[in-house]
Design a protein around this ligand. Structure first.
Ligand code: NG1
Ligand code: ZN
Length: 528
């Protein structure tokens, strides 16, 4: 994003080089205030982060009153505010939004906004810019300082669900997040993990990001059930953020992060977070030092397996769904549907689409292959779990207790690497599985993900949940021809929503076939 570029509020909010973002941040402050007024003063969040991007980038994202992503109808309104180039244009944009607000008494409502940021050196200045904008709208606000993105989502959900909270005088402290997660985890372990299993050790690569700060505090609360060793936890030397480490690095390079290579014991389970701790992937090396990745699909299938067994044992009528995107490995979808008998739904790329679909189920599991996701429980499901008949069997009660424990362990607002990690550790313990057992649940089809630069990525238009191109015309037919000779082949091209490129995904029954198809498609794209 350069100074003259038009800002577009997308899946990741506004993102770009930190020194181009001041205006976008201030305008997000105004948008957050207007949204809060529309919702009669419910609290809205603003997070300053650029996730897994390099340290010189930054970004700003609005969190809606329910703790989820900003309502999609507000995305173009944010874009309109951010691109207003003078005070009079800004006033006009605000007036236009006020007509959309449809709350006649909104002008007498005091906006309520909370904010937080990641550890980037540009974050304090952008937070200050945001606060100035909030003050100019006479908002009640509170700055939580350094938080992970999912922590801010969690706190906003807590603020709006509990009438005793008021910003800024009476707010939930981040300690309540630590306490909820750690006590859910410890209670679940006490109830369901056989004592003789002993404690688990996990190594977590924090990408030198904000997750390290909070894990340091949480670790001791998980004893004696989980011992965590943190690596890449240097948040002082800011140029190390996401550098050769973190979830994105491990997933895309399929290799160990800096700080772990060479020293890692075979079969030791490790996890990598991204810079704002909303993504997690797991991995280990075997005795031959071969690297094995356990990504978002593997987390999703592990959770679905246990949830489905518990639903069955509870004898409650609960609908379980798993939501994936086109980037989910085909083997995971086959395993879910054929082995576990669970419906797997494929939706458009982007967390907002996965989350929306997951909330249609009593229990919805959603994960992107890159490690972003969680398990959400509907209100009616929680009610059913609270009203087991008096004559319920011990097996039913035990299954219900496990489900209830997971509903407080899993972040109900958004995907969260900390809560996902605790869920995975607990589920592996319950099943008595090590990392290799988890890996062998199903075998990923060989695959590859690449990026191609094209003249105009907006010319690439998809259908069928991103899996087929309708434009440029004729291109899909050529891709179909490329795939035809290969077994279990799947390939698609789609414009990235976060980078100026198109992404190419290919999978097939052998790596050789994947490489051949990828080469052919990349060659094809050189003329676009
Ligand atoms: P784009 O750049 O639209 O492919 C990437 C991820 C998404 C999602 C967003 C949001 C892949 C292939 N794409 O989107 O899944 O996480 O970033 O940050 O991983
Ligand atoms: Zn992130």
């Amino acid at each position: 994003m350069t100074k003259n570029t038009i800002y577009t509020y997308g899946t990741a909010g506004f993102r770009g080089k930190a020194d181009t973002l001041e205006k976008a941040v201030a305008r997000c402050g105004i948008a957050a205030c207007l949204r809060s007024q529309q919702l009669n003063g419910q609290t809205i969040g603003v997070m300053i982060t650029a996730s897994h991007n390099p340290v010189n980038d930054n970004g700003v994202k609005i969190i809606d009153a329910n703790g989820g992503m900003l309502d999609q109808t507000w995305e173009p309104l944010c874009t309109r505010l951010a691109n207003a180039s003078s005070e009079s244009e800004l006033e006009a944009a605000i007036k236009e939004i006020e007509t959309v607000i449809a709350n006649p008494s909104y002008s007498s409502v005091k906006p309520s906004v909370v904010l937080a940021s990641d550890t980037r050196p540009s974050s304090p200045h952008l937070s200050k810019t945001l606060i100035n904008a909030l003050q100019s709208r006479n908002a009640d606000f509170y700055d939580y300082g350094l938080l992970t993105t999912p922590q801010l989502h969690w706190l906003i959900q807590a603020i709006n669900e509990n009438s005793e909270y008021h910003v800024p005088s009476s707010i939930p402290h981040i300690e309540s997040y630590y306490k909820t997660l750690s006590s859910s985890f410890v209670d679940l372990c006490k109830q369901f993990v056989p004592f003789e299993t002993g404690k688990t050790k996990l190594i977590i690569d924090c990408a030198n990001g904000v997750g390290a700060i909070h894990l340091e505090k949480l670790c001791s609360m998980l004893l004696p059930f989980l011992e965590i060793e943190l690596v890449n936890k240097n948040t002082e030397q800011t140029d190390l953020l996401n550098k050769n480490c973190g979830a994105d690095f491990v997933k895309t390079t399929q290799s160990l992060p800096a700080g772990l290579s060479g020293t890692l014991s075979p079969m030791q389970l490790c996890a990598s977070f991204d810079g704002d701790a909303d993504r997690v992937v797991f991995y280990f090396v075997d005795s031959a030092k071969k690297f094995h990745l356990l990504d978002g699909d593997k987390i999703s299938v592990l959770a679905a397996k246990q949830l489905s067994a518990c639903i069955k044992a509870s004898q409650l009528d609960l609908k379980l769904g798993v939501i994936q995107t086109a980037y989910a490995n085909g083997a995971s979808t086959v395993y879910l549907e054929d082995e576990l008998n669970i419906r797997a739904e494929c939706v458009l790329t982007g967390v907002k689409h996965l989350e929306k679909a997951a909330r249609e189920y009593d229990i919805g599991v959603y994960f992107e292959a890159n490690g972003h996701g969680t398990v959400v429980f509907s209100k009616s499901c929680l009610q059913k779990l609270d009203t087991l008949p008096a004559n319920a069997t011990g097996e039913q009660r035990s299954a219900v207790n496990l489900l209830k424990g997971l509903s407080t362990l899993c972040n109900q607002a958004i995907g969260d690497s900390i809560s996902d990690t605790l869920m995975v550790v607990f589920l592996l313990q319950v099943l008595g599985w090590n990392a290799a057992d988890w890996l062998n649940m199903y075998h990923d089809l060989p695959n590859a993900l690449a990026k191609a630069t094209v003249r105009n990525r907006f010319e690439f238009v998809c259908t069928d949940a991103d899996r087929r191109l309708v434009k440029p015309s004729g291109l899909q037919q050529i891709v179909d021809e490329i795939m035809r000779p290969y077994e279990s082949a799947r390939a698609f091209i789609r414009a990235s929503g976060t980078e100026d490129a198109v992404r190419v995904y290919v999978e097939a029954s052998s790596q050789k076939d994947v490489d051949k198809m990828m080469q052919a498609i990349m060659e094809l794209l050189t003329v676009y």
